[in-house]
Design a protein around this ligand. Structure first.
Ligand SMILES: Nc1ncnc2c1ncn2[C@@H]1O[C@H](COP(=O)(O)OP(=O)(O)OP(=O)(O)O)[C@@H](O)[C@H]1O
Length: 241
């Protein structure tokens, strides 16, 4: 059994079918890059995996539990699968520590001392333990994104979904965030990343998924996908990067 099993998943918004039958199994510890043109359905796929969107057809299971369209189940799933977004979504009126503690206390009902201990530990993991009492607007974009990563890790997810997490950053701040992701990958975290960082995908990912018009158009090891693209669509896409 794979950690995440995506079977014939379809998703429509009204008449617009944006996922047209996705099959993808993710093994524990895999790091998967999802690449493709704007509008190919990359974000929608991630959002379906952690239950932010309901699927129209097919099935998704995470750690053996089927994703069903009911609130109790969706809540349990969101606890298991962490997600990090392009925009950091930190609460400006809370300190860094407060941001990392909040979802643990509210969603998991973790008592405050344990939530604080976990927050300090995860902030240390992303190299920001000294910013515990700072406010988000005192941080750089790269630091804010590292706080968002610490917040996701504090929930002890079994997999982490990253949706273009470096796209809103100034170029000089991208590498500090990718360094954290690289470390997580080395530690065995299962990662699915929508990314435009082709060099990172090539260096760190175990597989690359190329999406085109709502389908998995090509999939394979980075060496195969980047060095030997099979379809004109992937060749054209790589030519643009
Ligand atoms: N909430 C929504 N309601 C209606 N249509 C949507 C919604 N979210 C996405 N779409 C449509 O679904 C399609 C796929 O969008 P999606 O954001 O998944 O693509 P993407 O590959 O992640 O693109 P990008 O790289 O621009 O983020 C697009 O045509 C988009 O307009």
């Amino acid at each position: 059994m794979s950690l995440i099993e995506i079977t014939e998943v379809r998703k429509s918004y009204g008449m617009n079918e944006v996922l047209k039958g996705i099959d993808l199994d993710v093994e524990p510890g895999e790091v998967i890059a999802i690449i493709g043109k704007s509008g190919s359905g990359k974000s929608t796929l991630l959002r379906c995996i952690n239950g932010l969107e309901t699927i129209s057809k097919g099935s998704i299971s995470v750690a053996g539990a089927q994703l069903l369209d009911d609130e109790v189940h969706l809540k349990a799933l969101r606890l298991k699968v962490g997600m990090i977004f392009q925009q950091f979504n930190l609460f400006p009126h809370l300190t860094v520590g407060g941001n990392v503690m909040l979802s643990q206390m509210v969603v998991k009902k973790t008592p405050k001392p344990a939530a604080e201990e976990m927050a300090r530990k995860m902030l240390e993991r992303v190299g920001l333990e000294q910013k515990f009492d700072a406010y988000p607007d005192e941080l750089s974009g790269g630091q804010k994104q590292r706080v968002a990563i610490a917040r996701a890790l504090a929930m002890q997810p079994i997999a982490l979904l990253c949706d273009e997490i470096t796209s809103a950053l100034d170029p000089e701040l991208v590498s500090e965030v990718l360094a954290v992701v690289r470390e997580l990958a080395a530690e065995g975290m299962t990662l699915l990343m929508v990314t435009h960082e082709m060099k990172f995908a090539r260096d760190v990912c175990s597989r690359v998924v190329f999406m085109h018009q709502g389908r998995v158009h090509e999939i394979g090891a980075p060496d195969e996908v980047f060095a030997n693209p099979q379809t004109p669509e992937l060749k054209q896409f790589l030519g643009m990067h």
